[in-house]
Design a protein around this ligand. Structure first.
Ligand SMILES: [Fe+2]
Ligand SMILES: [Fe+2]
Length: 312
């Protein structure tokens, strides 16, 4: 497979410096441009507030369908707790971990399309992280089961993170994006993932489920490793590209070491969106927040929940 060029200087004409003689005329043009509609940012804000005050919420947490769930809910209400918040956030983590699997799948496909861009050890680490995301998904599904909640239900926050992840999946599955650019997205996801697990551990304890908090602490420990290593891979990839380091040089350094410039991979062969190419757009390759197989193909995130889920 032919290697793609890395970030390069080309025929990008988006900046004003491309035509200095036209700068004054262009600036005059902006003075004479008439808005296509009435109003200003205050009017936009007022309209948004009107919509907000008139709208419903995004779906609901389902009524428990099991005896354990009913007992759990009853116990929560008796003690003044609101167990639906924990269930909602568990649903969120479930959806996010599943998306994580798909993000890593897309990153690995990108790396495999350009094997020279990534040291073998680094690819193995990414595969390992992908496996752990799948394990976390199963862990959360078990946790929902253990408190009598339905892991197949899409909760409001599950829907929310599905929509949130749409841009991430778009970047990962755009054939023009580089491994380095995709690592930026994975870093983004891992930062949110870590914060999500931390909150879930605190929330589980506060909700009277220390046993869940203990299990989740193990996932958080692994997520910390994902974050540290993905960040290192991303930074190394950008720095290596800036110095024109060869993939072969990077492969000599073991993944996980401080000086690892390998993992970023792809760095030397990116596609160059933004030049003569249109901006990233197109379909989203993510998944709906329900369904229990993180590797199964799905429709667009939020497509069911946000539009179809009635509030109750
Ligand atoms: Fe995760
Ligand atoms: Fe992770």
């Amino acid at each position: 497979m032919a290697m793609k060029p890395q970030t390069h200087v080309g025929r990008n004409r988006t900046g004003i410096q491309m035509s200095p003689l036209d700068i004054r005329e262009m600036r005059e043009g902006t003075d004479h441009t008439v808005p296509t509609s009435l109003g200003d940012k205050e009017a936009v804000s007022e309209m948004r507030q009107r919509y907000i005050s008139e709208s419903d919420t995004i779906g609901s947490v389902p009524v428990p369908g099991t005896l354990t769930g009913m007992l759990e809910t009853g116990k929560g209400f008796l003690t003044g707790r609101r167990p639906q918040v924990l269930i909602d956030k568990l649903g969120e983590r479930l959806a996010f971990e599943r998306s994580g699997v798909r993000l890593y799948d897309a990153l690995l496909a990108k790396c495999e399309a350009d094997p020279a861009s990534l040291g073998a050890g680094a690819a193995d680490r990414l595969r390992h992280f992908r496996m752990e995301e799948a394990q976390h998904f199963a862990m959360v599904a078990d946790a929902l089961d253990s408190i009598g909640a339905d892991p197949t239900a899409q909760t409001p926050c599950a829907d929310m993170v599905g929509v949130e992840g749409m841009g991430m999946m778009q970047v990962l599955t755009d054939p023009r994006t580089s491994v380095s650019q995709c690592l930026h997205v994975i870093l983004d996801a891992e930062l949110v993932d870590n914060a999500g697990w931390e909150l879930l551990i605190t929330l589980s304890r506060q909700s009277g489920h220390p046993e869940l908090a203990e299990r989740f602490a193990q996932a958080l420990h692994q997520e910390n490793q994902h974050l540290v290593e993905v960040r290192r891979m991303y930074e190394a990839s950008v720095l290596a590209e800036a110095t024109g380091s060869l993939p072969a040089d990077r492969d000599r350094i073991a993944p996980g070491s401080e000086a690892m410039p390998t993992a970023g991979g792809g760095l030397f062969h990116d596609s160059s969106p933004g030049e003569d190419n249109p901006p990233i757009k197109g379909t989203v390759g993510g998944g709906s927040a329900n369904g229990l197989d993180p590797t199964a193909p799905r429709g667009a995130p939020g497509s069911e929940g946000q539009r179809d889920q009635g509030s109750s």
